[in-house]
Design a binder for this molecule. Structure first.
Ligand code: SAH
Length: 221
């Protein structure tokens, strides 16, 4: 039996409540909050966890991966300081939830995923939501997307074991890259900002728990 999504009015209430919670935790950018409010998270969660779509917590998805916690999605999106003309690279499509939020705030989102199953499911969700400014790629995000570089913004939604040098090389000189960095179960959420002359400054925003960035594409049966 598949569980039905919430009725639209109830979904709106749940979304408004979620957004209020994020604001109280420091996600205050009105455009980011509006993008989250326009993105029905219950479309991105698996049937087993539909009821928990509105909790501010990460949830399991297929292939042993997770859909990010809404607060972290808000925090990372806010830290990117997106502009409507931005071309954004995302590593780790997962459910596509973060991708959908990014798509509301930028011109084009390129997103890379190493599980074909996840990528296909995310594509179907973008279609259902009539999101047309996302370009997906099945591949190894460690390599970025050289053919489309440089990007205005890069977001990594899996933990990089160390400074993501290859990705930083695909960023515009004044671009911003946000990534969890660290080898253990807890990583540091890092924000790299280009100085316009080939260098970067790095700030640690907080501690986070992400699934690791793994090399190569996943082999699936
Ligand atoms: N933003 C996603 C989070 C997904 S979890 C969401 O909200 O649903 C992180 C994702 O990164 C997983 O789907 C995982 O398969 C993917 N991933 C890990 N290593 C990768 C790599 N080298 N290239 C591309 N995707 C990768």
């Amino acid at each position: 039996m598949t569980r039905r999504s919430k009725e639209p009015a109830e979904r709106d209430t749940q979304l408004a409540r979620l957004v209020l919670g994020l604001r109280s935790q420091g996600v205050t950018d009105p455009a980011v909050l509006a993008a989250i409010e326009r993105t029905p998270r219950d479309l991105f969660t698996p049937d087993l966890f539909k009821e928990r779509s509105w909790e501010d917590s990460a949830l399991p998805i297929a292939c042993g991966q997770t859909i990010s916690q809404p607060y972290i999605v808000g925090l990372m999106t806010q830290a990117l300081t997106l502009e409507p003309r931005a071309r954004v690279l995302e590593i780790g499509t997962g459910s596509g939830y973060q991708t959908a939020v990014l798509s509301r705030l930028s011109r084009l989102v390129y997103t890379v995923e190493r599980y074909r199953t996840l990528m296909r499911a995310a594509e179907a969700r973008f279609d259902a939501l009539q999101i047309t400014n996302v370009i997906t790629r099945f591949g190894d995000g460690f390599l970025g997307w050289a053919e489309q570089a440089p990007f205005d913004r890069i977001l990594v939604t899996a933990a990089a074991p160390e400074e993501p040098i290859v990705l930083l090389q695909q960023l515009k000189p004044s671009g911003v890259l946000v990534a969890p960095v660290g080898k253990g179960p807890v990583q540091q959420l890092c924000r790299y900002a280009g100085d316009g002359a080939g260098g970067f400054t790095m700030d640690v925003l907080c501690e986070v728990r992400f699934v690791p960035l793994l090399e190569g594409v996943a082999r699936e049966l």
